[in-house]
Design a protein around this ligand. Structure first.
Ligand code: 5AD
Ligand code: SF4
Ligand code: FES
Length: 362
């Protein structure tokens, strides 16, 4: 029986600077991924369907008060077209992401679009949603329509740090309760945090990992915080070291893998802003999911959550061949045409794949 990694071990690793020791950690996490999540890397085509957002998070480039960008919302036809591209590229799943809106027209639009995506792909494409906080009823409607995974980053598990990063009407407790509602609805639930935030300590990061464990989530998506010039938040002058923040990003992936073992873990795009081969390194440190940008090129510049987001000029096909080269070049295999569900979820549900309603079968 392998021993469980402790808070003390995790703190020690977050402080570790010796490249050889760190390589040892990444290798151990990679071996753990092979054992508990299998050898494949799964691609999820990320379609950023709208940059309209009712919220005002201090760190985010598409926050409501940023008047420096035009707002777009893809039409149903555009989303179906982008989905078809993803499907034809051989990805097993899409992720629909947008700013947060809760009005009836929006929630109904999403529900109908999910149904159409499922029917146009003969129920074959897996749908992950990343559409923010919603009521339990909305989560339920979207689930029934055919979505089966949901990503909602907690951003930080420390309520007082959460308060520093958000206006007063954004609530940590509401967000955490959304994660619980998603789980009760039956979704595979993903969460995550930003790494290297102003005011964030290594103790905070360890607590984040333990939060993932306590909430028993199925998927993790975390990445470095990167500033956006049009937002109120930035790093205190002069004490930002990109290489060190990148190191923290990789260490967090490895620690999440060693602690949680059979969850899906994404290598975030933001890693690639800090290091040209950041996403491959994320895979080598224990991640098993990549979300290639599959947003129509014309909209990409309008969905800059942080400055210097990669792939602004490319299209979905270019991102596929780019990432395939990167992943296969590093010796990993891509699980094309498969959902690549979280083994943690399947285990919790006694591998119910065969028992899912028809529209949920891969
Ligand atoms: N740097 C890194 N990640 C960011 N996000 C938003 N703004 C930034 C930023 N400046 C992340 C948040 C959100 C996800 C969609 O994008 O974690 O949950
Ligand atoms: Fe809106 Fe999400 Fe950005 Fe916050 S992080 S402003 S909710 S898009
Ligand atoms: Fe988009 Fe490399 S992944 S260009």
């Amino acid at each position: 029986m392998e021993h469980e990694i402790t808070r003390k071990d995790m703190l020690k690793w977050l402080d570790e600077k010796d490249p050889e020791k760190l390589s040892g950690l990444y290798r151990e996490a990679y071996a753990c991924k092979l054992r508990y999540a299998g050898p494949k890397v799964y691609f999820r085509g990320l379609i950023e369907i709208s940059n309209v957002c009712a919220k005002n998070c201090y760190y985010c480039g598409i926050r409501r008060d940023n008047r420096d960008l035009s707002r777009f919302s893809m039409t149903e036809e555009e989303i179906l077209e982008a989905t078809k591209t993803v499907y034809d590229l051989g990805y097993g799943s899409i992720v629909l992401q947008s700013g947060e809106c809760q009005d009836d027209a929006y929630t109904a639009f999403i529900e109908q679009t999910i149904r159409k995506i499922k029917s146009r792909t003969s129920q074959k494409i897996g749908i992950t949603l990343s559409l923010g906080e919603q009521t339990a009823e909305t989560y339920e409607r979207w689930f029934r329509a055919g979505a089966h995974r949901y990503l909602l980053r907690i951003e930080t598990s420390d309520p007082s740090l959460y308060e520093k990063l958000h206006p007063g009407d954004h609530s940590f407790e509401v967000r955490r309760d959304c994660l619980r509602a998603l789980r009760r609805t039956g979704y595979q639930v993903g969460t995550g945090v930003m790494i290297g935030l102003p005011f964030q300590t290594h103790e905070n990061l360890v607590s984040d990992l333990l939060f993932f464990q306590e909430e028993d989530v199925d998927m993790i998506g975390m990445g470095p915080y990167l500033p956006h010039a049009g937002t109120p938040l930035s790093w205190p002058d002069g004490n930002y070291d990109p290489a060190d923040h990148f190191r923290l990003g990789l260490v967090m992936i490895s620690l999440a893998r060693l602690l949680l073992r059979d969850v899906n873990i994404a290598a975030a795009t933001a890693l690639q802003t800090l290091d040209a081969t950041g996403r491959e390194k994320g895979i080598a440190a224990g991640a098993n999911i990549i979300m290639p940008n599959s947003t129509p090129t014309a909209y990409r510049k309008l969905y800059q959550l942080y400055d210097n987001k990669p792939c602004r000029e490319e299209n979905a096909r270019q991102c596929r061949s780019c990432l395939e080269k990167r992943i296969c070049g590093a010796g990993d295999e891509v699980g094309y045409g498969e959902w690549g569900d979280s083994p943690h979820f399947l285990k919790r549900h006694g591998d119910l794949r065969g028992a899912f309603p028809k529209n949920r079968q891969p």
